[in-house]
Design a protein around this ligand. Structure first.
Ligand SMILES: O=C(O)c1ccc(O)c(O)c1
Ligand SMILES: [Mg+2]
Length: 628
């Protein structure tokens, strides 16, 4: 099965689009006519350029407002088609996409349309070309793939077939399983797009909000399962109209597209075992067991400040690396590595971002298989020279240059602490922090889809709905990506302006990275007391916040007073309660959060976020100081 993508999906001029598409690993492209017209170059040369990059032209599109017209418009439509057939022959492609008519004079009538397609197919056949019919969701008379199929069937010509596009079917809530009734050899082409569920005009939704399969909310997988069940074996092509992608980096968009397609086909293979798919197999999504470690790259005074903060959080240094300037800090099941190396990867991360989380270690069932899946999805394996006595721990590059290591029991990699570190790796209770609850990564809003696709295609993780967080100086979008049992929880925070707390951090750290780490306690009040004894200074919350808590919830006065006294934030959902306590920001806006979940509370305290951010900004911008 060939992978393909429409040129309209990627930003840039035609050569830039082609280069990005070829580099991402696609087999072919759909030429979107506008991209060709905007290019100044002979069609034969364009065709040769495309083939020289190892790409095939799988389709030329769109041909609009063809079927059901009265003469003389009908005759003109056929003349127009002949010109496009000339162009297709020069480019070197044999398939034309005809999308259903939106013409105000189109007459309708299934048999009239079928007769038009019979004649068009006859003309195409004379040149060895084929035509495919696609129902646009907003087509005047034809806006359902089942009607398009009836027209193709009645056209009775082997040079006309059906073109399916997941957006048009799913946006109209047409049951994708109706595709299972169509013979696979009569489907000439399949286009895929996802989209976020937003109530709006279908045309506007389609032209501005489509995204890659898995990035939106449509049942693209169910659609594709139905397609492969028909026996269809032609190209699978992404056709994504998206305002954000039009302004994005061509290479990133194309790579994300390829990743989404490969992951989708892997899911389809597993869920539709009877279908024959010539797609290379890959290991299934990795189940993350826990966050094995978080590593900071840091230096000098900043490193001292970080270690000091870790001590006030109840951590103890429990090991030093046998050869490198790494120290291991422990509490409960949490491991934090402080890396002060001046060469190697962590050192470059420090140079780039300042003190930063440069590496995340995840415990998985099979580390090598996880890297194999990641590589199939287009991720880059990561390695650096290994010193004597050190273990070769499989790793990949995450996004924005970060590194993710995979640790497993089977290969002995979980023993890395006793092998590579001197000193006892013994757990201790400290202030009662047990495990990492979540990691919060900050990025520009444009990068959020890439990151959520990265996590959801590689790991067994789900995304929860996007929430808006109000910062006094702008809006931040936040989305959680979670493993089913909470073994790994990541919140993605997308900043649009550098004046927000998140945007400021992003600008200061030159790129996306972890802005805060949330550590879980099973008794936040005991932890709060223990932290005070360690010299921890919580971020102060306002009286207004606690007055509002009293109004929002039915909290006993004594509990409310304990919350206020400890600067602890509170939230509830249908399942349980959530307690939060924040450190003061350090090193360019990073911070720690301490949380307790009771009764299966599933969120992240989003209602509290605006007040937490305002409190942090008060600390960072003392009273009376104008903002930068
Ligand atoms: O928005 C459109 O007009 C349009 C054109 C061609 C397509 O294949 C499509 O899905 C939409
Ligand atoms: Mg389409």
């Amino acid at each position: 099965m060939k992978t393909s993508i429409a040129t309209v999906s990627v930003s840039g001029n035609l050569p830039e689009k082609l280069e990005a598409i070829a580099a991402a690993g696609f087999d072919g492209i759909e030429i979107f006519e506008q991209d060709f017209i905007a290019h100044d170059g002979d069609p034969r040369e364009v065709g040769d350029l495309i083939r020289s990059m190892g790409l095939e032209i799988t389709l030329f599109q769109p041909f609009r407002d063809f079927e059901g017209l009265p003469d003389p418009l009908r005759a003109k439509a056929f003349d127009r088609a002949e010109r496009k057939f000339d162009l297709m022959q020069e480019l070197g492609t044999d398939l034309l996409l005809v999308c259903s008519s939106c013409h105000p004079d189109a007459l309708g009538g299934i048999d009239r349309a079928a007769a038009d397609f019979h004649e068009l197919a006859e003309r195409a056949a004379r040149r060895g070309l084929r035509v495919g019919f696609e129902a646009l969701a907003w087509g005047r008379h034809v806006n359902d793939h089942r009607d398009a199929w009836e027209i193709v069937r009645r056209a009775e010509h082997e040079n006309v077939g059906l073109i399916l596009d997941s957006f048009h079917t799913l946006a109209r809530r047409i049951d994708p399983d109706s595709i299972r009734r169509i013979p696979g050899d009569r489907i000439f082409f399949v286009q895929l797009a996802d989209a976020p569920l937003i109530e709006m005009d279908l045309l506007y939704w389609s032209r501005h909000f489509r995204n890659m399969p898995g990035e939106g909310d449509l049942a693209v997988r169910q659609f594709m399962r139905a397609v492969v069940a028909t026996g269809y074996s032609g190209p699978i092509s992404l056709e994504i109209f998206n305002d954000q992608f039009r302004g994005g980096r061509p290479k990133t968009i194309a790579k994300d597209g390829h990743r989404s397609l490969v992951a989708l086909m892997d899911d389809v293979r597993r869920e539709e075992p009877a279908a024959v798919l010539d797609f290379p197999p890959m290991p299934q999504r990795a189940v993350v067991e826990n966050v094995a470690f978080v590593e900071f790259a840091t230096r000098g005074d900043e490193a001292d400040a970080l270690e000091n903060l870790l001590q006030t959080l109840g951590f103890k240094r429990s090991g030093r690396h046998i050869a490198k300037q790494l120290s291991l800090w422990r509490q409960g099941d949490i491991r934090i590595v402080v890396n002060r190396e001046t060469t190697g990867y962590a050192s470059s991360a420090y140079t780039m971002h300042g003190t930063t989380v440069c590496d995340i270690g995840l415990a998985v069932g099979d580390a090598a298989a996880t890297v194999a899946r990641a590589t199939s999805l287009g991720a880059q394996p990561f390695s650096q020279p290994i010193g004597p006595g050190e273990l070769d721990i499989p790793a990949i590059r995450g996004l924005s240059g970060s590194v993710v290591h995979f640790i497993d029991e089977a290969s002995g990699l979980s023993k890395v602490w006793s092998v590579e570190f001197e000193g006892a790796d013994t757990p201790h209770d400290g202030a009662g922090l047990k495990r990492i609850d979540h990691l919060a990564q900050t990025m520009s809003y444009d990068e959020m889809l890439s990151w959520s696709l990265f996590y959801t295609t590689l790991f067994e993780m789900r995304k929860s709905p996007m929430v808006d967080v109000v910062d006094p100086d702008g809006l931040v979008r936040s989305q959680a990506i979670e493993a089913p049992d909470g073994a790994l929880r990541i919140t993605l925070n997308g900043a649009e302006t550098h004046r927000t707390m998140a945007g400021n951090f992003l600008a200061d750290s030159f790129g996306a990275s972890v802005q805060h780490i949330a550590l879980a306690s099973d008794d936040i009040f005991a932890t709060s007391g223990a932290l005070a004894a360690c010299g921890f200074e919580p971020m102060p919350m306002s009286n207004n916040y606690y007055a509002d808590l009293a109004a929002r919830f039915d909290l006993p006065p004594a509990l409310l007073e304990r919350l206020r006294a400890g600067n602890i934030l509170y939230d509830e959902d249908a399942n349980g309660a959530f307690y939060q306590l924040y450190s003061r920001p350090y090193a360019g806006g990073m911070f720690f959060e301490i949380v307790q979940r009771t009764g299966g509370y599933g969120g992240y305290g989003a209602p509290n976020a605006p007040f937490r951010i305002a409190a942090q900004k008060r600390l960072m911008r003392p009273k009376g100081m104008p903002r930068r």
